[in-house]
Design a protein around this ligand. Structure first.
Ligand code: HEC
Ligand code: HEC
Length: 331
């Protein structure tokens, strides 16, 4: 009996050791897998819609305006610019790897990508259209109806289908193949000593307690300002806006750190201009640690190894409007 248990335990540890040769099973971060495309025509349609500014009132703002896929899926400004040059209240998070988030938005108020995608179209401070008006535009364009036919089996256009297609496209926006993933998968030369030191510090100081999983974030909600309060002029409340609880004030979804080198400026208010700033603030507020320059630089060097292969596709060419398409109202 005792020997049997011993044997079983040692067999178990052998099999764990074997798996850790291919993928480091004990690491808090796992490699990103390439997207598997289930319905290629749906993804193509979603891509067109993502790039189509006619979903906005002005005919000028598309999802890609604020989630620019040439710039890490963000707009690289502190808070976004919406319809009629309105100043947005919050920083645009990246759409890259967003499919891995436990919920969408900084406060998690949308349960998934499909639910999220309906928001900006009708948000007066963003695309400022309505679901009805956006659908009317698409419906008026015969080529679009053909694409809906191919993706859904009938040419009906409605907001449910629009958001389903956009979400299907967004699910393909994953970024595998980063140097860090190569290292995780066994290429021990993929990282240099400074980057490895940074990763060790990232784990030993406690960053990975919150930023973990394949997306290095997106797996839980946490307070911003655990040891010291975060000073900001932003009026954003975090999870409190969703739950109504005072204890959820300044609680946010832990953001992904994948491609963080590309998605500056940082934090929900966009107040940290550099990655060095963001790392120092995190150390102080979340862990009560003052990193010196060498420590900060090594964590930053590690974080830059999380930049993966960016989405690579042909720019979609959108079918033109025609005489019956409702006109944009830019001014
Ligand atoms: C005017 C700029 C703007 C436009 C246009 C825009 N977004 Fe966003 N997006 C934002 C901002 C700002 C947030 C964060 C809002 C919040 O958390 O309260 C956001 C959040 C998101 C998120 C959540 C990501 C996460 O990590 O939580 C996704 C996904 C997303 N947008 C997709 C889209 C799609 C799809 C479209 C087009 C239908 C779109 N956005 C249009 C600015 C924009
Ligand atoms: C207790 C949980 C927690 C710990 C520990 C933590 N973070 Fe964070 N991190 C967060 C949250 C929550 C945010 C979002 C803050 C906000 O609202 O802007 C964040 C944001 C960030 C950002 C900015 C991301 C962006 O897209 O704007 C970076 C970079 C970052 N953390 C790095 C680190 C590093 C490096 C460490 C370790 C020194 C660390 N974090 C430790 C919870 C944590």
């Amino acid at each position: 009996m005792k020997i049997g248990t011993l044997l079983a335990t040692s067999l178990l540890s052998i099999s764990t050791a074997v798996t850790s040769i291919s993928v480091s099973a004990n690491e808090p971060i796992q490699p990103i897998k390439a997207a598997t495309i289930k319905n290629a025509e749906m993804v193509e349609l979603g891509k067109m819609l993502f790039f189509d500014p006619r979903l906005s009132k002005s005919g000028f703002i598309s999802c890609n305006s604020c989630h620019n896929l040439s710039m890490g899926g963000t707009d690289n400004i502190p808070t976004s610019i919406g319809h009629a040059w309105q100043q947005g209240p919050i920083n645009a998070p990246t759409v890259l790897n967003a499919s891995m988030n436990l919920a969408q938005f900084w406060d998690g108020r949308a349960k998934d990508l499909k639910e999220q995608a309906g928001g900006p179209i009708a948000n007066p401070g963003e695309m400022a259209s309505t679901h009805k008006a956006a659908v009317e535009v698409l419906q008026s364009i015969p080529q679009y109806r053909t694409y809906f036919q191919h993706a859904f089996g009938s040419d009906q256009v409605d907001i449910d289908r629009v958001t389903t297609a956009i979400a299907a496209f967004e699910e393909t926006l994953v970024t595998p193949g980063s140097r860090f993933d190569k290292w995780l998968e066994g290429d021990k030369k993929a990282l240099n000593q400074q980057e490895l030191d940074g990763y060790e510090l990232f784990k030993s100081s406690g960053c990975s307690g919150c930023h973990n999983g394949p997306a290095v974030g997106g797996t839980l909600y946490q307070k911003f300002g655990i040891y010291h309060p975060y000073q900001t002029t932003s009026k954003v409340e975090g999870r409190k806006a969703v739950t109504g609880k005072n204890t959820d004030l300044n609680v946010f979804k832990v953001p992904t750190l994948r491609n963080i080198e590309l998605t500056y400026p940082y934090f929900h208010d966009g107040a940290a201009a550099t990655l060095e700033d963001a790392v120092k603030t995190m150390g102080k507020l979340q862990l009560d640690r003052d990193f010196d320059k060498k420590e900060t630089d090594s964590i930053v060097a590690f974080l830059k190894t999380l930049t993966g292969e960016q989405p690579n596709f042909k720019l979609p060419i959108l079918p033109p409007s025609n005489n019956s398409t409702p006109k944009p109202a830019p001014f």
